[in-house]
Design a protein around this ligand. Structure first.
Ligand SMILES: [Zn+2]
Length: 313
């Protein structure tokens, strides 16, 4: 295989070659040799002209896309891989209109590609967070765009939930962030999230919201933002940083996100946040590529009952 690409330009050049792009995904998916996704038999026959395999045991044919987020997509890897590269590495995200123009597919196709890639970027979890953990929640989006100016001024003052989505996150300092859309920010919901993601006995830092009272199995310390933002180790500045990245991405690129889709944007931003340190663009690309298997989403499932996306441009 060629040297690993360092830039988007090199990725486009390298993966524009059908064999090179296939090699890259095979290397990521089956580092020990190709395995039939239907019956898991090894050593299938490679049908070179069509770039598919035929299983010598169950006799079924399969492509590299079978059982991945690329499944049933007519888009070639020469476009999928640069798209994956861009999304894994653009700090503030990328809109379907930008992707549409950059790689030459329709905006609708680009929108679907983005969502499939976000699905790949979803955290597979893997144990609880521990050590020093920040917990915080914030409000995102809402109906402010459609309000009259006066009404808007009234509603945006203070952090009222008026039609806004609630997002909560836990961050292990020096480690990973996990964020999710919440039904409410009441005690049962927020505390269930903390208990799901944080090891008992960890140091947990929150603000003075009453919902956090009673996290007794943790070393819970509170920073009252009415008084100060930092007291020694006790602060939620790591999550403040994550919120600002998330909001910048949503504001600059997505503008208006259906609540229905919000969790996918959050997954995307959490992926970049969790892969920000000690990694170059190729590493982030490979990290996303390593997560394409075993996930599928259909267009119907994506649009759900919400109809077409209202993503702005
Ligand atoms: Zn088979």
């Amino acid at each position: 295989m060629e040297d690993k690409p360092k830039t988007l330009l090199q990725a486009v050049q390298q993966y524009g070659d059908a064999d090179a792009s296939l090699d890259e995904v095979v290397d990521s998916r089956w580092p020990k040799g190709v395995v039939c996704p239907h019956c898991e038999a090894d050593s299938p026959m490679f049908l070179r002209t069509r770039r598919i395999w035929k299983c010598s045991k169950c006799r079924k044919q399969f492509s590299i896309k079978a059982g991945t987020v690329f499944e049933d997509s007519p888009i070639g890897l020469d476009k999928w891989l640069p798209a994956l590269w861009m999304i894994a590495n653009c700090k503030n995200g990328i809109s379907s209109w930008e992707l549409h123009r950059a790689i030459g597919v329709t905006q609708k196709t680009a929108w679907f590609m983005l969502h499939r890639i976000r699905l790949a970027m979803q955290d597979g979890h893997g144990g609880k967070l521990g050590g020093e953990v920040e917990v915080d929640e914030t409000f995102i989006g809402g109906k402010a765009r459609n309000m009259h100016a006066k009404e808007r001024a009234e509603k945006i003052q203070g952090r009222g939930p008026d039609g806004k989505a609630i997002v909560a996150a836990v961050l292990e300092r020096g480690g990973r962030v996990r964020a999710q859309v919440m039904e409410t920010r009441k005690k049962p919901d927020l505390q269930a999230m903390v208990r799901e993601h944080v090891e008992q006995g960890s140091a947990v830092y929150t603000d003075a919201l009453k919902s956090y009272e009673g996290l007794d199995e943790f070393e819970h310390q509170v920073i009252d933002h009415a008084v100060a933002y930092v007291e020694g180790n006790v602060h939620t500045n790591g999550l403040e940083n994550f919120w600002s990245l998330l909001k910048r991405g949503l504001k600059g690129t997505y503008v208006s996100v259906e609540p229905f889709h919000l969790f996918r944007y959050i997954d995307e931003q959490a992926f970049r946040y969790n892969n920000r340190e000690d990694k170059d663009d190729f590493d982030r690309f490979k990290a996303a590529l390593s997560q394409i298997v075993g996930k599928r989403v259909t267009y119907k499932a994506l649009i759900g009952k919400e109809g077409e996306t209202t993503e702005a441009f």
